[in-house]
Design a protein around this ligand. Structure first.
Ligand SMILES: [Zn+2]
Length: 91
């Protein structure tokens, strides 16, 4: 099945405005970043994530690169694998 991998400019604008033009992970403002921000999938497409607004987050390049397609990570305090921060479920 062919999937459309492009998120429209209109959807990007909605996600950006909803986030207040701040990264939804680290809260860095877009206007203090040398790089453009991305609209990323909280649940990656590879894990079944959709292009719906509730699954899209505005992200700086640093957070987007660090998260990549991960949805879980090692908690350095507990040593356990835990779900990563979810901007829609943990505002
Ligand atoms: Zn960030």
């Amino acid at each position: 099945m062919k999937t459309n991998r492009t998120i429209s400019k209109a959807i990007r604008q909605i996600v950006s405005k909803r986030a207040g033009e701040r990264c939804e992970y680290c809260q860095s403002p877009l206007d203090h970043s040398p790089d453009p921000f991305s609209v990323e999938h909280i649940l990656p497409r590879a894990e079944g994530g959709k292009d719906t607004l509730d699954n899209l987050a505005y992200s700086c390049q640093g957070c987007n690169n660090a998260k990549h397609i991960a949805i879980r990570g090692l908690d350095p305090v507990t040593g356990q694998i835990e779900p990563l921060y979810h901007p829609r479920l943990q505002p």
